[in-house]
Design a protein around this ligand. Structure first.
Ligand code: HEC
Ligand code: HEC
Ligand code: HEC
Ligand code: HEC
Ligand code: HEC
Ligand code: HEC
Ligand code: HEC
Ligand code: HEC
Ligand code: HEC
Ligand code: HEC
Length: 305
């Protein structure tokens, strides 16, 4: 309460001062709205960050460590300030802190929140609006918090994978299976494979820079291009044979037996002349004991050793 009394006194001084500055700077758009420690003019309706500090000292102090301040400091004070997100503050200030005259994020619809943030971040996340997350009504603030982030890096409300498991309880058990990507172990992140801000692939999947499946970014040995490609890898993708979250089967395969997996597509061939050493191909050694380079080969058309 004491802070508020002192602040009101400050306000009387500062509004008079700001008023003269505002009159000179009517033509700037909101994007240029910037606190100006250097004394540059402030656009109409905007009062500058020092003004906010007179009443919201604690918020402003904490904000100096925020990634949104970093750029403001680097560029002579011209960057993201309070009013870049909360809108022009003059009416709010003149109303002695009238909460109906300032943009409050808890009063906005998800769509309005997204538009506010994308005003600056659409360049990095151009696909957000058509992503499954946006379509499901999530806003940036479902995962991010500007002032109260639990994880400073990327301003997240919770660390991965817990952040994701809050809603995606159905995929959680997959990562406890005997063979799984080490996501709970912290080696791989959900966001290594998914871009939650949207992508051009189904399931929000990321692609590599050269538009390959994201898997080959880490598993470079199966990447190719190969002289002899296994058509299955091209046509079905990695998921034709693997369950990427986790599986009961070694190598995260879709099927408990390698031969059953291969025979989904090759039963006729495998039972034919080349392999007629046994009654049925399921009784052979695993197909990959001979067809070792199953992802493709530069030496042998049948992927043999
Ligand atoms: C004259 C003092 C004063 C100034 C200057 C001031 N505010 Fe406020 N502001 C208040 C008061 C009082 C409240 C209502 C009590 C509270 O929630 O802290 C408030 C509330 C807010 C809220 C809503 C808080 C909520 O809980 O929803 C926001 C956002 C806000 N101010 C932003 C700003 C910004 C941005 C600036 C600078 C442009 C600014 N204020 C300048 C006094 C002020
Ligand atoms: C990058 C956008 C952005 C900037 C810049 C920003 N805010 Fe906020 N502000 C938000 C969002 C979003 C919320 C909702 C709570 C959250 O996510 O932390 C919020 C909430 C608030 C609240 C409500 C109380 C609370 O903590 O929930 C106040 C007060 C406030 N901001 C003041 C300020 C002041 C003062 C500044 C400048 C130092 C500022 N904001 C800069 C986005 C921003
Ligand atoms: C479903 C959760 C979720 C939603 C919704 C979400 N984000 Fe993110 N965001 C993340 C995670 C996780 C990261 C860190 C990993 C990454 O970069 O993908 C991140 C990273 C970022 C980054 C920093 C890294 C980069 O790529 O530049 C920015 C900026 C960002 N998000 C902005 C936004 C904006 C703006 C929105 C709303 C339009 C939004 N996010 C919606 C989860 C989310
Ligand atoms: C006025 C422009 C602007 C607005 C509006 C804005 N941001 Fe930012 N944001 C930035 C800038 C600039 C950075 C710092 C980029 C850098 O450091 O490279 C940033 C950084 C971030 C980061 C990355 C933090 C990190 O760890 O590097 C996240 C996440 C983010 N913003 C989320 C949001 C969210 C959520 C909103 C809406 C509530 C929002 N931003 C609104 C300009 C903006
Ligand atoms: C606040 C709840 C929430 C959070 C947090 C959340 N999601 Fe989602 N996610 C949803 C909803 C709702 C959908 C759309 C409906 C659906 O497909 O389940 C969705 C869709 C997806 C999809 C697309 C599914 C498809 O069928 O196309 C992926 C992938 C995804 N989320 C991954 C993530 C990851 C990774 C994280 C953590 C970084 C995360 N989500 C955080 C709620 C959430
Ligand atoms: C190694 C890469 C990878 C990692 C790590 C990963 N995913 Fe996935 N995820 C995929 C692929 C690939 C698909 C598509 C599956 C398909 O086509 O059969 C998928 C599908 C999904 C789907 C939609 C289909 C479904 O199963 O419901 C959701 C939701 C999802 N992932 C969430 C997550 C979450 C949450 C995490 C982290 C806990 C995560 N993923 C980690 C690769 C990955
Ligand atoms: C961010 C890097 C990364 C990405 C992207 C990635 N993986 Fe992995 N993958 C790993 C790590 C780390 C392991 C665990 C290796 C270990 O335990 O020795 C692993 C293990 C595997 C294994 C089991 C290997 C074994 O020897 O048992 C398979 C199969 C696999 N990944 C397939 C995929 C598929 C399919 C995708 C794409 C959907 C993918 N990976 C994306 C890092 C990644
Ligand atoms: C036609 C089925 C099939 C497809 C498609 C496939 N794999 Fe495999 N993959 C296998 C089999 C079978 C094994 C086990 C080989 C063994 O145990 O000898 C394996 C093993 C692996 C391993 C473990 C290490 C190794 O090389 O043996 C990784 C990693 C892997 N695959 C990644 C991928 C990636 C990434 C893709 C997509 C680019 C992919 N796989 C596509 C069948 C396939
Ligand atoms: C999703 C279907 C599919 C699966 C599963 C699959 N393949 Fe294939 N495979 C193909 C197709 C399609 C071709 C190309 C056939 C052609 O060119 O006539 C091919 C080609 C081959 C060839 C080369 C054939 C030739 O004519 O030179 C071998 C060897 C082979 N596969 C072995 C395997 C083995 C071993 C497995 C199990 C690890 C497997 N395949 C799993 C679809 C599949
Ligand atoms: C004992 C070693 C061995 C095993 C085990 C084996 N193969 Fe073969 N496979 C071969 C040889 C050798 C060839 C002939 C390669 C050539 O003609 O150059 C061949 C050829 C093939 C071809 C190409 C056939 C054609 O007629 O074009 C396919 C497809 C194939 N194998 C699939 C499989 C499948 C599926 C399995 C498991 C059910 C399997 N192989 C198990 C050794 C093996």
């Amino acid at each position: 309460m004491r802070r508020f009394v002192i602040s009101t006194a400050c306000l009387l001084l500062l509004t008079g001062f700001a008023g003269t500055r505002l009159a000179r700077a009517a033509d700037h758009g909101p994007q240029q709205a910037a606190a100006s420690p250097t004394g540059a003019p402030t656009p109409a309706g905007f009062v500058g960050q020092e003004m906010c500090a007179t009443c919201h000292q604690d918020v402003v102090n904490k904000f100096s460590g925020n990634p949104h301040s970093r750029l403001a400091l680097e560029h002579n004070g011209h960057g993201v300030t309070c009013e870049s997100c909360h809108g022009p503050g003059q009416a709010h200030v003149e109303g002695g802190g009238d909460v109906t005259k300032i943009r409050r994020f808890d009063k906005l619809t998800p769509q309005q929140i997204n538009e506010t943030c994308l005003g600056c971040h659409a360049g990095v996340h151009p696909n957000y609006q058509r992503s499954p997350h946006a379509k499901a009504g999530l806003s940036c603030l479902s995962c991010h918090s500007v002032h109260k982030a639990k994880v400073p890096e990327n301003l997240l409300v919770a660390a991965q994978p817990q952040l994701c498991f809050q809603c995606h309880t159905d995929v959680k058990p997959n990562f406890d299976m005997p063979f799984h990507h080490p996501v709970n172990e912290g080696v791989v992140k959900c966001s290594d494979c998914h871009d939650v801000h949207g992508s051009f692939l189904p399931n929000n999947l990321r692609a590599t820079a050269d538009q390959n499946q994201i898997c080959t970014k880490c598993h470079t040995d199966v990447r190719g291009p190969f002289v002899y490609e296994h058509a299955a890898v091209r046509a079905e993708g990695c998921m034709g044979c693997h369950s990427p979250h986790g599986s009961e089967n070694a190598r995260m395969l879709n099927m408990p037996s390698i031969n059953t997996l291969c025979n989904q597509c090759h039963s006729r061939v495998a039972a034919g002349t080349v392999h007629s050493m046994g009654a049925g191909s399921d009784e052979l050694a695993p197909c990959t004991s001979c067809h070792t380079y199953i992802h493709g080969s530069n030496i042998n058309a049948a992927f043999l050793r």
